[in-house]
Design a protein around this ligand. Structure first.
Ligand code: ZN
Length: 236
């Protein structure tokens, strides 16, 4: 027996596999036991026998996959459980509601599988928690230096200036239904915009789930009720 990481955590065709724990992390295929870091579809897929995730992520998956019936094992941030000698804990990843880093410890070695994470402040989810580790496993979609994203409040101010300048126009902002939409709402509220924001039905449904978990996003209205949107902001 060696102490190599691959002895207990390694990539397989179904995804990252923790052998002593008997579970995959964010598997791409249906597996008996999955630890899911967050609700985005490239991490949370249907068809697993059992899913361990935060209560928020489990609720998001239930909303997105209403016919999926895995055994759901909720685990709050900071709780610890043992699986085959592996200690498992979920730490906030700051990405979307319920997003978590998987903190795994086995034979004195700690590994974090980050899932997607964000260090910038976001009032719609728990802040990223730095965890000291021996090995950090991550993907960095926007990690290349070529990606220089503008300041979020400055972009929000730009949008609000445009709304003020063109009161006869409707401003439509494209936003992914889970995470980006609610972050945009949070930014608008932080910038002092207190009027209703109109939402595409898919965004409206997910925003309702955020509210169930106590995230205040101000008044929103489903786009279906819209009757003349001059001067309004629409997220879709
Ligand atoms: Zn994601």
């Amino acid at each position: 027996m060696t102490d190599a990481l691959e002895d207990w955590l390694r990539p397989t065709p179904a995804g990252l596999w923790c052998e002593p724990g008997g579970f995959h992390i964010d598997p791409q295929r249906a597996v008996p036991r999955a630890l899911v870091t967050h609700g985005h579809a490239d991490h949370a897929r249907p068809g697993h026998g059992a899913v361990l995730a935060t209560p928020e992520t489990l609720a998001i998956m239930a909303l997105r996959y209403p016919r999926d019936r895995p055994a759901r094992q909720p685990m709050r941030y900071g709780e610890t459980m043992q699986a085959g000698g592996v200690s498992v804990r979920l730490a906030p990843a700051g990405h979307v509601l319920g997003s978590a880093q998987a903190v795994l410890e086995y034979r004195g070695r700690r590994v974090v599988v980050s899932g997607d994470y964000k260090r910038a402040p976001d009032p719609t989810c728990a802040a990223f928690e730095p965890v000291p580790v021996d090995v950090f496993i991550t993907e960095a979609t926007f990690g290349l230096p070529v990606f220089r994203l503008p300041d979020d409040m400055a972009e929000t101010a730009r949008l609000l200036r445009s709304v003020e300048t063109f009161p006869d126009r409707c401003h439509v902002v494209g936003a992914y239904s889970l995470g980006k939409c609610q972050r945009m709402l949070g930014l608008l509220r932080r910038a002092g915009y207190d009027r209703p924001v109109w939402l595409h039905p898919a965004l409206d449904e997910m925003t309702g789930l955020y509210r169930q978990f106590g995230i205040d996003l101000g008044e929103t209205r489903p786009l279906g009720d819209a009757n003349g949107l001059a001067g309004q902001i629409v997220l879709q």
